[in-house]
Design a protein around this ligand. Sequence first.
Ligand SMILES: *Cc1c(COP(=O)(O)O)cnc(C)c1O
Length: 357
Amino acid sequence: MPRPITATLHLAAFANNLHVVRRFAPTAKVWSVVKANAYGHGLKNVWQSLAQTDGFALLDLAEAILLRESGWRGSILLLEGFFQPEDLLLIDRYRLATAVNSDWQLQAIAEARLQAPVDVYLKLNSGMNRLGFAPERLHNIWQKAQELRNIASMTLMSHFATADSTEGVAQQMATIERAAAAITLPRCLANSAAILWHPESHGSWVRPGIILYGASPTGNWRDIADTGLQPAMTLSSEIIGMQTLQQGDRVGYGGRYTATGPQRIGVVACGYADGYPRHAPTGTPVWVDGVLTHTLGSVSMDMMMVDLTPCPQAAIGTRVELWGRNLPVDNVAAAAGTLGYELLTSLAARVNVDVVR
Ligand SMILES: *Cc1c(COP(=O)(O)O)cnc(C)c1O
């Protein structure tokens, strides 16, 4: 028997979540963001459940090729563009659309020998100061790009830094409006948070990532609890050992938890080598057999300990949910000082994946 830890993928959740995206952005087309191996869910496992999308967006040429070779014939967008001029051969062969965020990329497109012109997403730096052209250069770049025969179409792209906070997108939207005042291009701006909370940013194409997987862009589950979004992954395991502590007994590496009285604890087959956050402190929520309880002491590589006080019926073999349908990944992430994004994308390769329709 393999270790009992399993990531169950609820395929119906993907279609549901895409539907929710369309409800929030009814007039926009959707790039479903499947970078980082579909946020840790496995690109191969999930893309067919999102086949109603208008396109898939990712970063890795290797993932784009995998998607093509798995049978997806629709649009694919490289969100970070390409990393060297030779990549254009593969962009051409696999009919990929690409972001362009630097002069050298435009130059490379101008000089490439392509079978067919390429769709380009011109990336504007509207305030995040990560990738993209400075606002005052956009108009020039756009005019230059218009002359290139290797470009089939252009879309204006930008990315928001604070769409998930009270600061919102107003300042970046103002920068975009100023930079693009005389530029007649379709726009592709909104990430998950902007899709949910900033309809003025939707434009022609939206780019949902985290909400397709049923987690919150803010890190707070309550912010999406009423949207109809559903967790697409449940990470579960089993209790493989039990101990009864007496007052003063300590638990795990470093003896970080000390019992204040008699206490039954369970040992769960899940550790940081499975992708569970090592920094999750005592008190991080865990769902055991229908009851919400919490971790005790530090998380080991392959195991962790949980309080069984609220679940006296728990025994060896009892099912444990680390996150998923009964326990939002956001709640675990919040306790561990991180985001659902990080937990989902950190799922380890050694965890069995079980796909349910
Ligand atoms: C990751 C990413 C997205 C999706 O972000 P979410 O917050 O997961 O919706 C959108 N656009 C770009 C450029 C990205 O890198």
